[in-house]
Design a protein around this ligand. Structure first.
Ligand code: A2R
Length: 321
């Protein structure tokens, strides 16, 4: 394999940097801005490893770019259709994080329903000894009907885990899955009408952004709980805050936000909301697996083999071997 030049704009996982530096010529710039590259580098760069936004203006100006290896399963920060038109493969890091994200989702759901973080704080603040037992929680997982919005790799892992809790599980996706026994609802609204707990684990795109509307939240009912571990853009945070303020739903658990890392401080005031700083896949174990997949996609590609995990929009660009 000839020594190729890989661009890393912005932050990247240390393991990616270490492994790439052994094999490729690595160029780092602070942000994905073409103005930060001289003419020679513009012509030399044939791959990008990144975890942030890659604008079309950068893709357009790199004539020898072949592949963008993205760290993360969601790749809404890259216009993959545009990359495909430019003949550039985009890869992501699916599967290796699905179980970790599903584990975290169950934790967030329980935190939201059973107020476990608040109960722990109560103990740590010495209030148990001074004031007596922590109040009984209004919400429970017992008897809940769970609607999973998105039954892909992660959604399925969430469903598998929740089966063990003995709760009712249904789902909504654009197409009914043939190989699962969970009840299918052909619209998100119908899923919300038939269930009291909605877990969103869909990608961000034009169809899913702001798709959890006030009508969907109302349909969950006053005992309703909304959990979001996919992308913050699936709901307008003002709509969610309004629903929480007015008792339209009973609680929410969020790992993702509309504009990260900022989080509306109004959410901090709700005792019935559990918040995490986008940590669903954030263990050393899983992030190392994701980092390796970024690097292995690049190695495979520049070794003349297909990328391991190209995104669907660019799959047809794979070399035949
Ligand atoms: O619609 P389908 O049958 O393609 O099912 C996919 C579903 N989905 C949707 N469901 C309803 N309405 C939509 N407009 C819509 N668009 C997509 O989301 C599928 O069941 C699921 C996505 O599954 P995967 O592609 O396997 O993604 P994975 O690995 O589960 O990750 C989901 C998302 C990532 O895109 C990141 O945004 C986040 O979780 O980490």
């Amino acid at each position: 394999m000839s020594k190729r030049t890989i661009l890393i704009p912005g932050n990247i996982h240390q393991r990616i940097l270490a492994r790439l530096t052994d094999i490729f010529t690595v160029i780092r710039i602070s942000t994905a801005d073409i103005a930060l590259l001289n003419d020679q580098l513009v012509n030399e760069i044939s791959g990008i490893a990144s975890m942030g936004v890659i604008p079309n203006s950068l893709i357009a100006r790199l004539p020898n770019l072949e592949i963008i290896a993205h760290f993360g399963v969601g790749y809404d920060v890259i216009d993959a259709n545009y990359a495909a038109r430019q003949g550039v493969i985009v890869s992501n890091t699916p599967d290796v994080l699905s179980e970790e994200v599903a584990d975290t989702t169950v934790g967030l759901l329980l935190n939201t329903l059973r107020e476990l973080p608040q109960a722990e704080n109560y103990l740590r603040q010495g209030r148990w000894a001074k004031e007596g037992n922590y109040p009984l929680t209004k919400l429970t997982l017992r008897g809940r009907k769970i609607g999973i919005y998105g039954l892909g790799r992660i959604g399925l892992e969430i469903a598998k885990r929740l089966e063990a809790f003995g709760v009712c599980i249904e789902y909504h996706t654009r197409s009914k899955k043939v190989d699962v026994s969970y009840g299918y609802r052909s619209s998100l609204l119908e899923l919300a009408q038939q269930n009291d707990t909605l877990i969103a684990i869909v990608p961000s795109n034009a169809a899913t952004d702001h798709s959890v509307t006030s009508e969907v939240l109302s349909a969950l009912g006053p005992q309703g709980v909304f959990i979001n571990v996919g992308r913050g853009t699936v709901i307008d945070e003002n709509v969610l805050i309004h629903a929480l303020e007015n008792g339209v739903i009973a609680g929410a658990g969020l790992d993702v936000f509309e504009v990260e890392p900022s989080t509306p401080t109004r959410l901090f005031d709700f005792p019935n909301v559990s918040l995490l700083p986008h940590v669903a896949s954030a263990s050393i174990h899983t992030r190392d697996l994701m980092a390796d997949l970024v690097v292995d996609n690049l190695i495979n590609w520049f070794d003349g083999k297909p990328a391991l995990t190209p995104v669907i929009e660019t799959i047809n660009l794979q070399r035949s071997i």
